[in-house]
Design a protein around this ligand. Structure first.
Ligand SMILES: Nc1nc2c(ncn2[C@@H]2O[C@H](COP(=O)(O)OP(=O)(O)O)[C@@H](O)[C@H]2O)c(=O)[nH]1
Ligand SMILES: [Mg+2]
Length: 640
């Protein structure tokens, strides 16, 4: 278990930790000289429950609240310390508000310096404290009168803590490893050491971890968990990690970084949160207010974009987008605290809802709906709500990442959620059943619209059709929807183009009248229709015009483009095909040669070869060595 102190300066936090653990946590020379905690102090002791508990002693001075914040986030338990003589003071209130905003609901109150006051004052101080904690996460928390100097009451407090430590659930199992770095130093002979509170998961020696937000992979060479050498360390423990990476030095690591499993690495500069503004604030929190954002051990400057309305009144909560001046690592559910621009007051706090908030359209109604779905605490419920809303499917990987799901947890969630999964393995997309239906319907009507506006066209390519869809769809998703429709015979694919099965491209009036002239000329030619140049000459037209027209007619399926200069009308093609079937039937093995074909058709060797190659391309015949045989009946390949 990790226990943090909290409370006003000089109320006896450091002395109490020493009375409980025997450890003097003020370790900096300046702290000793001034008799004041500045940075975090750490002590580890077995409180009597057989396990080692870690104490984080925080500074109480108002100037060092940022250090206090780095110390209390991620802890299991807090002791709010109030001196009996002073009673609650400004940082008692501020620290309590922070514990409350961080959602720390396990804790007690140590009423210190009882050796200095009479029994009436103790009762009076208790009452003041009860009023103070009313309505916070520490409401109803037990109050322990103690003296750090005489040790009066300290055993009772220690027993209480030992009992709590025995009950704290083991959180090691779930989520990926995340350690919030609060210190970094080099140890001669060992190398780089980072220390911090483990928020989730566990890590073993040898693991490859990520330094976030920097994005450097590091190898875990050694671990101290709760101050003892260990093979692994996990949630609910403070760990010192000995990490290495090529060229990595102390200068690369800062308080506020994370050392975490690669799955969680996702630095962000924009995140959505629901925040509550402290009741004691003088003014509403306005849109675009510059603030300090504290998340785990990180402290960065940012601006608050209010998403609903223009401001959040004191005591109320609202959805915001935080726009950070520099990236941090953040995941869903991470607690955060906002302090004013000059870092003097705690203003608000809350929870991360979406660490990957988009830059555009942050307050659009659809986006607000998405944020509200993401806010749902159960990942399965949240995912289902998102799937129902998402008109273009949900990218599953960022969802798993933001929820800190391990690969196994993610796979299990995908399995349990009713959705269709498409896309490449690295970029899976989930779509709900109803959304899949409407995407299918939209595809069919978009295709119908296309045919209407391009009556002479065989149909759009996949990409052309995708751009006609009411919403922008990821390529993979659209391909999957189309494939479903093609398999169900609701859409037909001819090469690169798509069409509704009933669609027959139409020719323009000019094309139709040209075709009416060309067709009889071709049909008169019998098995050897005139070439493009001959048709052009007869019609007194430039050959390019006729060639272009015939190629278009071929795309429409009206003629067969046997060669660049020779086109066959469908009726002639069928005649030629039937003749070929008879020719093949004459031979024992069904195989015929080019010369057999030339002799049977009398169209000359060159044209014969062109026609046979066209047969092969259409799938009518198949070449076998020097000969050919029929592959499919002519009525199937060149239907009426
Ligand atoms: N009489 C008395 N003095 C105390 C007690 N606890 C702390 N002090 C004194 O109060 C001062 C501040 O204590 P410290 O633990 O440094 O306060 P912190 O700022 O909350 O960490 C020191 O001079 C302590 O000796 C106590 O229980 N009884
Ligand atoms: Mg202190």
């Amino acid at each position: 278990m990790i226990i943090a102190t909290a409370g006003h300066i000089d109320h006896g936090k450091t002395v109490l930790v020493k009375a409980l653990t025997g450890v003097e946590t003020d370790r900096l020379p300046e702290e000793r000289a001034r008799g004041m905690s500045i940075d975090l102090g750490f002590a580890y002791v077995d409180l009597g429950d057989g396990a080692v508990s870690g104490f984080i002693d925080v500074p109480g001075h108002e100037r060092f609240v940022r250090n206090m914040l780095a110390g209390v986030s991620g802890v299991d338990y807090a002791i709010l310390i109030v001196a009996a003589d002073d009673g609650p003071m400004p940082q008692t209130e501020e620290h309590l508000a922070i514990l409350d905003l961080l959602g720390i609901d396990k804790g007690c109150i140590a009423l210190t310096k009882v050796d200095r006051v009479d029994p009436e004052r103790i009762e009076e101080a208790k009452e003041l404290i009860q009023i103070l904690v009313d309505g916070t996460t520490l409401e109803g928390a037990e109050i322990f009168p103690v003296s750090g100097i005489t040790s009066e009451g300290v055993p009772a407090l220690r027993n209480h803590l030992a009992a709590v430590a025995g009950e704290v659930p083991n959180r090691r199992g779930s989520g990926n490893f995340r350690l919030a770095v609060d210190r970094c130093f080099t140890l001669s002979g060992t190398g780089l050491i980072v220390t911090g509170t483990v928020f989730s998961g566990n890590a073993q020696i040898g693991d490859r971890l990520m330094l976030t937000p920097l994005g450097r992979e590091v190898r875990l060479r050694g671990i101290h968990a709760q101050n003892s050498e260990a093979e692994s360390g996990g949630a609910g423990e403070r760990c010192a990690l000995n990490i290495t990476a090529q060229g990595l030095s102390r200068a690369n690591v800062r308080r506020g970084d994370w050392i975490s499993a690669p799955e969680t690495h996702a630095p962000t500069r924009r995140l959505n949160a629901r925040i509550r503004v402290l009741r004691g604030e003088q003014r509403p929190l306005k849109h675009w207010t510059p603030i300090h954002l504290h998340l785990a051990a990180a402290d960065v400057t940012a601006r608050v974009a209010i998403l609903e309305g223009k401001e959040i009144t004191p005591g109320k909560s609202g959805l915001v987008q935080l726009v950070l001046d520099e990236p941090i690592g953040a995941l869903w559910g991470d607690r955060l605290i906002l302090r004013d621009q000059s870092a003097r007051r705690t203003v608000a706090g809350g929870k991360v809802i979406d660490p990957f908030s988009p830059a555009r359209g942050r307050a659009r109604p659809e986006r607000i709906e998405t944020i509200k779905a993401l806010e749902l605490s159960d990942p399965g419920t949240a995912l289902s709500a998102l799937l129902e809303q998402a008109s273009a499917g949900i990218e599953l990987e960022p969802f798993a990442r933001s929820r800190n799901l391990t690969p196994t947890e993610a796979t299990e969630l995908w399995r349990q959620t009713s959705m269709t999964r498409v896309g490449r393995a690295e970029v899976p997309i989930g779509v709900s059943g109803t959304r899949w239906e409407s995407l299918s319907e939209d595809s069919i009507s978009a295709l119908g619209e296309w045919h209407k506006s391009h009556p002479g066209d065989p149909g759009p390519t996949e990409d052309q059709l995708r751009r006609r869809m009411p919403v922008r769809l990821p390529l993979d998703l659209f391909s999957a929807v189309l494939l479903g429709l093609i398999n169900a015979n609701k859409i037909a694919r001819d090469g690169a183009t798509l069409r509704l099965p009933a669609h027959r491209p139409a020719m323009s009036d000019a094309e139709t009248s040209l075709w009416e002239k060309v067709r009889p000329m071709m049909e008169e030619g019998g098995l050897r229709p005139p070439r493009v140049r001959e048709i052009a000459e007869d019609l007194n037209q430039p050959p390019q015009v006729i060639e272009r027209f015939l190629f278009r007619a071929a795309r429409l399926g009206i003629v067969h483009a046997v060669a660049k200069n020779r086109f066959y009308p469908p009726a002639t093609m069928r005649d030629m095909g039937r003749l070929t079937e008879r020719l093949a039937a004459k031979s024992d093995d069904g195989i015929f040669s080019v010369s057999d074909f030339r002799d049977a058709t009398d169209i000359g060797r060159n044209v014969a070869i062109q026609v046979l190659e066209y047969f092969d391309r259409s799938g009518f015949t198949q070449r076998i060595g020097e000969g050919r045989k029929i592959k499919k009946p002519v009525d199937e390949v060149y239907p009426d």
